[in-house]
Design a binder for this molecule. Structure first.
Ligand code: NAD
Ligand code: TYD
Length: 336
């Protein structure tokens, strides 16, 4: 029988890429997308798919998923939750929106999945572990130690998923990934934002000394890895799926500007409060069960990302919406 998937948050960056991977791997499947289309979501991200009859798009909030008549009683082969508020900088100012979507939304989706007996995969982040010291790597058993309101809301969601597994024996699992990059990321995030500024010859606002380290995984590489769990669902498990090594922000900026073939001026601005110095997760559990994460080199990935944005310049128009402009005016204008 054709598989039925529910993908929440599939109009965003990673969810849209995952929906495309799923679409290709399961050509008979039916995909339902629930997305409320916040500033970060766009139907354009699903452009190739959304006119197809085997994709159903429901513009709705995950907090209301249990009340959607079109979903009533459907048992899905897999529900994947990408829907979230995701920008750490925004979480400093709009904490309650993060709690609402990331915590209450996850709770609502868990209830829906219990009711319909659908397995649920929660997409989470390396940020729930907090900062790693030198030579420290976090396995799935590491304690949760989030620093930002974003990370705290994601950690809270993870705890709800784990509680549902223990309490109700719910068919659920958590995948924690590291910083993804690539096409279709909302251009407020580091890599596309710096591309946007560099194109205009504007200085690049690097927080603090720029030596903070992140592990960058190309979005298609994450989604290819994630696809492997569809037919072998890791019920009750947490799986780290991250890039193998980390790079300092300044090094990412150096490689990015080299790909852009431009000289950009780095402007060191005041650091973000509670800015974690380094994330480092250990993905061996995933790799032992599902095989190695096939990860492209950062320079190659950045070149592909730059090429995509160069051929889709309209993506930067998303920074001109009232919401995006007012966020930057309020919170970025006086960065020094
Ligand atoms: P994104 O911000 O690009 O997209 C989020 C999507 O969720 C958007 O389409 C938005 O409209 C939708 N959404 C937001 N609130 C909603 C709600 N209440 N109901 C329904 N839809 C809603 O996010 P992303 O970068 O694609 O991240 C996807 C997931 O991966 C998130 O859970 C995030 O925490 C996790 N993650 C992301 C990264 C990364 O580097 N991007 C790294 C680790 C983990
Ligand atoms: P970001 O893409 O916001 O992801 P996260 O904070 O979730 O890792 O930022 C990646 C890194 O880039 C992070 O260390 C913060 C830094 N950064 C800057 O230095 N300047 C900026 O303007 C932004 C948006 C991020």
């Amino acid at each position: 029988m054709a598989k039925r998937f529910l993908i929440c948050g599939a109009c965003g960056f990673i969810g849209s890429s995952f929906a495309k991977h799923l679409w290709l791997k399961y050509p008979d499947s039916e995909i339902t997308v629930v997305d409320v289309l916040t500033y970060a979501g766009s139907l354009d991200n699903l452009r190739e798919l959304h006119t197809e009859s085997r994709l159903q798009f429901l513009e709705a909030d995950i907090c209301d998923v249990g009340a959607l008549p079109k979903l009533e009683d459907i048992q899905f082969d897999l529900v994947v939750n990408f829907a979230a508020e995701t920008h750490v900088d925004r979480s400093l100012y709009y904490t309650s929106e993060f709690v609402r979507t990331n915590v209450l939304g996850t709770d609502s989706l868990l209830s829906f999945c219990r009711k319909t007996d659908s397995p649920m995969l929660q997409i989470s982040t390396d940020e729930v572990y907090g900062p790693a010291r030198e030579n420290e790597t976090f396995s799935e058993a590491a304690p949760l130690n989030p620093s930002s309101p974003y990370a705290a809301s994601k950690a809270s969601a993870d705890l709800l998923v784990l509680a549902a597994i223990k309490t109700f024996g719910q068919k659920a699992a958590i995948a924690r990934t590291s910083n993804n990059y690539g096409p279709r990321q909302f251009p407020e995030k580091l890599i596309p934002y710096f591309m946007y500024l560099a194109r205009q010859g504007k200085p690049l606002p690097v927080y603090g000394d720029g030596k903070q380290q992140r592990s960058w995984l190309y979005v298609d590489d994450f989604c290819s890895a994630l696809l492997r769990v569809v037919d072998d669902f890791p019920k009750g498990e947490i799986l780290n799926i991250g890039a193998a090594r980390e790079y300092a922000n300044l090094e990412v900026v150096r490689r990015l500007t080299a790909s852009l073939e431009c000289e950009a001026l780095v402007n060191h601005v005041a650091d973000r409060p509670a800015h974690d110095r380094c994330y480092r997760i250990d993905s061996r559990k995933f790799e032992q069960r599902y095989g190695a994460i096939d990860e492209r080199d950062l320079t190659d990935g950045l070149r592909q990302t730059v090429a995509w944005y160069q051929s889709h310049p309209e993506n930067f128009d998303r920074l001109r919406t009232q919401d995006a402009v007012s966020f930057r005016d309020k919170h970025y204008r006086n960065r020094t």
